[in-house]
Design a protein around this ligand. Structure first.
Ligand code: ACO
Length: 420
């Protein structure tokens, strides 16, 4: 049995320390004992962007970025995408097990009975410009929803948490559809009783009842693929904000904000713009030359965690085929496929382990389903909501957690005489 300790000598003092190693990590606070003198604050770990720092223990999502593995509660993303519905995945993420038939039926009715928005929320929506970015609209609506749920601030009460998790998940597609219809100046549509969660969402988007079942299933799978991804930027925002014990609507608003950026959920929107800009396969080599010159980024490529093919991207390729059979092929697909083929054969991308991520093809599917690029991230948010809420609930129940409060290395002036 090996010694589960890190033996360190502090070169500044010559002192040696034994730092316990647990679960492949040391506690950053164990560094603090390393002082140069009794007045010294103690050694800190510096990790901008948290590239090598764990911030929690979590039993929700497992990723092995080198092997391209993604599992929710131990089930592979491929099995879940093929064999489970998004509602089952919501339950799984929140409860740790797949629901049985009775649990699933009661989950469906729990969500359906909460699928209505407060009337005043539509007044908030009317106050927003039609050309506001849909993610800004979603963020505002989510934060405003908290104003109708005063008891949601009581986050230490498990029953209160469970109730508001249900409300947020029930109302998320309604908020998303409201943002969509507002942008187009269309009257709002209420969900139809007895219609499934995803079907109702697409019904409200398209404004008609006869949504093609292939598109409903495709959207269901896309939502599952986005449902959680452990400690990504928006989930870290959800947890960071939630650590102050504010209500889950405020945390979800913060998570939506984080997701909206082009380096995170906004990437699929950028992929479409990039493909449109490239315009045709003949222009791919000159575009890739710009990327290698660091004058452009190949959007939809690269990932902080996956250093091989993103397992979600493989499933998306299959969904794309099914959707295009219904909608007709997206004309940008040819450019995307060729771009991927050439990029994956170029040393720049091979050496840096840059592969397509979930966003490379998802935008093409969304566009073919009638969504415009600025709305894609809203779809991502509808999918990610159960992940955010499961992670938030886990955070609140975790006795190891406190309010998140990183340290800094101060680089500014000190104790300056005031000039007047
Ligand atoms: N295009 C061109 N070069 C890239 C790309 C890319 N998409 N991604 C990374 N690189 C290069 C970097 O320039 C860097 O090169 P260098 O070593 O010569 O300096 C090297 O690869 C390492 O990249 P980092 O930026 O250090 O990787 P990091 O883990 O910080 O970034 C990120 C990950 C933000 C996803 C990045 O790959 C990126 O910007 N990709 C494009 C945006 C995108 O698709 N985002 C979606 C991510 S998935 C999601 O959020 C759902």
């Amino acid at each position: 049995m090996s010694d589960q300790k890190l033996h360190v000598t502090d070169g500044r003092t010559g002192k040696t320390y034994d730092l316990p190693i647990t679960d492949g990590s040391i506690k950053a606070m164990d560094l603090r004992q390393m002082q140069t003198d009794p007045e010294d604050f103690g050694l800190l770990a510096h990790d901008p962007a948290f590239t090598n720092t764990t911030s929690c223990r979590s039993a929700i999502t497992y990723i092995d970025g080198d092997r391209g593995i993604l599992e929710y509660r131990g089930y592979s993303i491929a099995d879940l995408a093929e064999k489970a519905s998004f509602l089952e995945v919501q339950w799984l993420l929140l409860n740790g097990e797949l629901p049985d038939a009775a649990q699933l039926a009661s989950w469906k009715s729990d969500l359906a009975s909460r699928a209505h928005l407060p009337a005043g929320l539509l007044d908030v929506l009317q106050g927003l410009p039609k050309d506001a970015h849909p993610m800004s609209v979603l963020m505002v609506l989510m934060a405003a929803l908290g104003g109708y749920s005063a008891d949601s601030r009581n986050v230490r009460d498990a029953k209160v948490r469970a109730e508001h998790i249900r409300r947020i998940l029930a109302q998320m597609p309604l908020l998303a559809a409201a943002a969509w219809r507002h942008r187009r100046g269309h009257a709002q549509i209420a969900p139809k009783p007895g219609v499934g969660y995803v079907e109702n969402f697409l019904r409200m988007i398209y404004g008609r009842d006869d949504v093609n079942p292939v598109l409903i299933r495709a959207m269901d799978v896309l939502l599952t693929l986005h449902a959680d991804h452990e400690q990504n930027c928006s989930t870290a925002a959800m947890r960071g904000v939630g650590s102050s014990e504010c209500d889950p609507y405020s945390c979800s608003g913060a998570a939506i904000a984080a997701l909206s950026g082009p380096l995170h959920g906004g990437a699929n929107e950028e992929v479409l713009r990039m493909l449109a800009e490239i315009g045709s396969v003949e222009h791919i080599p000159s575009f890739l030359a710009k990327v290698k010159d660091k004058k452009a980024k190949l959007m939809g490529f690269g990932h902080r965690v996956y250093k091989s093919y993103d397992p979600r991207a493989k499933i998306i390729a299959r969904i794309a085929k099914e959707v295009f059979e219904v909608t007709g092929k997206n004309p940008l697909l040819e450019i995307a496929v060729e771009l991927e083929r050439i990029a994956l054969s170029e040393p720049y991308f091979i050496e840096r382990n840059l592969y397509p991520n979930v966003d490379f093809y998802s935008g093409l599917i969304y566009q073919s389903m009638g969504f415009d690029p600025s709305y894609f991230t809203v779809l991502f948010a509808v999918g990610r909501a159960p992940g955010w809420l499961s992670q938030w609930d886990e955070l609140i129940r975790d006795p190891e957690q406190k309010i998140a409060r990183p340290r800094q290395i101060y680089t500014g002036h000190r104790a300056r005489p005031f000039p007047r």
